[in-house]
Design a protein around this ligand. Structure first.
Ligand code: GDP
Length: 543
């Protein structure tokens, strides 16, 4: 990445072909596609709702009126989510903000769902990291940060819950730098915390934003001051708070990290905003930064390493998510495509590279929670839902014109295994459910080679089993139970011809749906033993 203005395009990226449509360029430059990452409870849902509220995309924070006049949280639309109070599905929310077209990809919040979140981050151009001011960097924040860093995604940080007693802000900045290894540039500075939280000092504009604990408008008009030592400030915040602020600002001026747009775009620096999502405090400047600094869609690498420019005239994109039963009334499966280049238009013919087949995009849709609408066209950065009659898989590239291929989306190796037992006689629904949830990437499915062919599920996090049981019951009307099995790893066997394997007898032989041989190992030791005993065989942790 080389230097470029806040609006995103560097010269190296611009297409040398003058024929690039100005309309396409304009649409690309005004798009911001991002995801929020955080540890559960840090405030991701609240920040999402408030963002939508500020953008005018919903009327009432915490709830929207659906077409059927039900009130529900937009990105939290499954019964099971409400039951458990966690978010397990990721929807793309699109809205206009300050003249920009923003797409917010909702990342599932539980620690078990890293795989789904991982795919979402592949579809994002930048991320927002939410940190609870009392807790600092938590385990899940750290894991997700690592994923974002591997993709070099620029990251803004929102330190949340400043209205509650929290940790020293200097300490928090230090922790971000120390634990995450990225430089942290404070953009504003809190004046007091918890009960004594009075507002924030905007370090770039020399402006003080006051905070009032009024339920509806938790904010007063900003007071512009010439600097932190402006005597007018004492009048507004009192002597003690002023002294503390002065000390902090002088310290930051002498030794703090200064905001550097390029360092942010290169993911070497995260600008940090202090605020409170619940009480709407500090949101505006944060959202301004999001539309102003966050990058528009950039050049992506194809599978062979060649660059794919968003301004390429031909459409291309990839499927990053599949969701069955988005709306129980529709009972369909939706494949979500991230548009990466060109213009997607309704009814266009595209090629699915995996199947080497033409597909007509007859009803591309945009989703907002449970609601959907058919769209005529979509641009790079947009997320489009395609009704999936089994023709799209996670990671599939779709393109028109010149062929391109996006890199495959890897599966994480499963760590927990269980036999799925049907407890009634609804075989057809059972098979459909297992097939569709497998297609979503919720689990891997294999079948024992000997004896009864019941499905064995492999998942990354054990909580997934509960979710699978609940979704089978609620979405397919099937009673079934996961019986935990004591295997710890699955390996796909790659051997020449009819190579004979030396296997301990506690290793279970299974096949996947495509008939490939998969071995389940009860311990790491057994796995290592097999690798040693069968040097000519490859044991792959992914299909
Ligand atoms: P998520 O799990 O990261 O999506 O977190 P939520 O947005 O669901 O928030 C978790 C809890 O923290 C909820 O009870 C919120 O009301 C509360 N919360 C979120 N933001 C703030 C804040 O700025 N101040 C306070 N006091 N509470 C907050």
């Amino acid at each position: 990445i080389t230097a470029r203005g806040p609006d995103g395009y560097n010269d190296r990226m611009s297409s040398p072909v003058p024929a690039v449509s100005e309309a396409l360029r304009r649409e690309v430059e005004r798009r911001r596609t991002f995801a929020i990452i955080s540890h559960p409870d840090a405030g991701k849902t609240t920040l999402t709702e408030k963002t939508l509220l500020y953008a005018g995309a919903i009327e009432l924070a915490g709830a929207v009126k659906g077409r059927a006049s039900q009130r529900h949280v937009v990105s939290d639309w499954m019964d099971i989510e409400r039951e458990r109070g966690i978010s397990i599905t990721s929807a793309a929310l699109e809205f206009e903000l300050h003249g920009r077209r923003v797409t917010l990809l909702d990342t599932p919040g539980h620690k078990d769902f890293s795989e789904d979140t991982y795919r979402t981050l592949l579809a994002s151009d930048s991320v927002v990291m939410v940190i609870d001011a009392a807790k600092g960097i938590e385990t899940q924040t750290r894991k997700l940060f690592e994923v974002a860093r591997r993709r070099h995604l620029p990251m803004l940080t929102f330190v949340n819950k400043l209205d509650l007693p929290g940790r020293d802000p200097l300490d928090l900045l230090d922790e971000i730098e120390r634990v995450l290894g990225v430089s942290a540039a404070p953009m504003n500075w809190p004046i007091g915390t918890g009960d004594r939280f009075k507002g924030v000092y905007d370090l770039r504009r020399n402006e003080v934003l006051f905070y009032e604990r009024v339920p509806r408008s938790a904010r007063r008009a900003p007071v512009v001051v010439t600097g932190a030592d402006d005597p007018a400030l004492i009048e507004h915040i009192g002597e003690n708070a002023h002294r503390e602020l002065l000390d902090a600002v002088h310290l930051l001026e002498a030794a703090g990290t200064r905001f550097d747009l390029d360092a942010y775009l290169q993911a070497r620096q995260t600008p940090v905003y202090f605020g409170s999502a619940l009480t709407n405090f500090g949101l505006e400047s944060f959202l301004d930064a999001l539309v102003q600094y966050a990058p528009c869609p950039q050049v992506r690498e194809g599978e062979d390493g060649s660059p794919i420019d968003p301004l390429r005239a031909d459409f291309s994109g990839f499927v990053f998510k599949i969701q069955a039963n988005m709306n129980p009334r529709h009972r369909d499966r939706v494949a979500f495509v991230r548009v990466c280049s060109g213009v997607l238009t309704k009814d266009m013919q595209v090629v699915n590279t995996r199947l080497q087949q033409n597909v007509r995009l007859s009803r591309p849709s945009r989703f907002f929670g449970r609601d959907r609408e058919t769209i005529e066209e979509a641009f790079p950065g947009d997320v489009v839902g395609l009704v999936n009659p089994g023709r799209f898989g996670i990671g599939d590239t779709l393109y028109a014109g010149e062929p391109v291929v996006y890199p495959p989306i890897p599966h994480f190796p499963a760590e927990h295994f269980g036999a799925l037992r049907l407890q009634d006689v609804r075989f057809k629904q059972f098979d459909d459910g297992v097939r569709q949830l497998e297609e979503e990437g919720l689990m891997q499915v294999v079948f024992p080679v000997h004896g009864a062919r019941y499905p064995i599920l492999g998942v990354v996090g054990a909580l997934q089993f509960d979710i699978i049981e609940a979704r089978m019951r609620e979405e397919y009307g099937v009673a079934c139970r996961v019986e935990k099995l004591s295997y710890v790893a699955a390996r796909w066997v790659q051997a020449d011809g009819a190579a004979r394997l030396t296997l301990p007898n506690n290793v279970l032989s299974t096949t996947d749906r495509s008939g490939r041989r998969v071995l389940l190992f009860p311990s790491e030791w057994d796995l290592q033993f097999c690798e040693r005993e069968n040097p000519n065989v490859q044991f792959l942790s992914m299909a």
